[in-house]
Design a protein around this ligand. Structure first.
Ligand SMILES: [Zn+2]
Length: 286
């Protein structure tokens, strides 16, 4: 039976937004967070700050990864996700990560930039990372300090796993890894450390919207396969448009419609170059 994601969205929200209003529901694995290590933050503020910013901004706005064309379809077959099977869930996450490794490694080759895989750590309860405490509400987390994607399997997720939702989340965390190894994040964190509160939120939005766009680029390579239907993708984008910001009390991930717009851009463009949030206007990254 082909599930339409709606019922699963409702189920998945409970774990994520326990304290929020009951009508708020969240797509399986919607929420993710990212952070540098304390040490990285310190490194970024030491040294001549203007030099750091001047040298680094082009890393974000004109990165070579933007000129690598379409992301390849690597014929990903992550397997099925029967409800209640932790082993199938783990296998799905592992294979999805392998697919992302293949797809992005090719992109870094084209850019003539060094590539390295992230680590994948699958967890069933919240853990501390070198980047600090687990962000409340997050179901995935990328820590640049240990270059690890932490993927949380909750009981709620396990009851009604939604393949597209999970694939999108892994691809989003992977997007942060791409930002890390392409050095887009070198600019981000150096700018972040010098910025005031609202400027920090604006920088965070550019970073998160880009990771979301990178995720959509990857998802688009699986179009027409067994992972998802177009209806499920459309539904997911609409869901983000309406609910994508609810997990985040501060506007650090972008408004729902802004998230949906970057998802659509990545999906239609199919290339990392579609995801240059760092050169985009402030208005399109609200
Ligand atoms: Zn993120």
């Amino acid at each position: 039976m082909k599930h339409f994601p709606h019922s699963r969205l409702a189920g998945a929200g409970v774990a994520l937004l326990v304290a929020a209003a009951s009508q708020v529901f969240v797509l399986g694995g919607v929420a993710s967070a990212s952070a540098p290590t304390v040490q990285q933050s310190r490194q970024a503020v030491s040294g001549t700050q203007t030099q750091v910013a001047a040298a680094n901004k082009s890393l974000a706005t004109a990165n070579r990864i933007y000129r690598t064309g379409r992301l390849a379809n690597v014929n990903c077959s992550p397997g099925s996700l029967p409800a209640g099977s932790t082993s199938a869930y783990r296998r799905f996450l592992t294979r999805m990560t392998d697919c992302l490794n293949k797809a992005w490694a090719a992109q870094f080759r084209k850019a003539k930039m060094p590539f390295s895989k992230p680590r994948l750590r699958i967890i069933t309860r919240k853990v501390s990372t070198p980047c600090g405490k687990w962000a409340t509400g997050a179901q995935g987390y990328y820590c640049s300090g240990d270059r690890t994607m932490y993927m949380l399997i909750t009981k709620t997720e396990l009851r009604q796993p939604f393949p597209l939702g999970i694939a999108r989340l892994v691809a989003h965390e992977y997007g942060h890894h791409v930002q890390q190894i392409s050095k887009i994040w070198s600019y981000y964190w150096s700018a972040y450390n010098k910025a005031g509160r609202s400027q920090r939120l604006a920088l965070s939005r550019r970073s998160e919207l880009q990771a979301e766009c990178f995720a959509a680029v990857f998802v688009s390579t699986q179009r027409g396969g067994s992972l998802f239907t177009e209806a499920e993708w459309d539904h997911t984008v609409n869901w983000f448009s309406e609910n994508g910001s609810r997990a985040w009390p501060q506007n650090d991930h972008g408004r729902g419609p802004t998230q949906a717009a970057w998802m659509t851009r990545g999906y239609n463009g199919g290339a990392p170059g579609s995801c240059n949030t760092w050169s985009a206007s402030a208005r399109s990254t609200t």
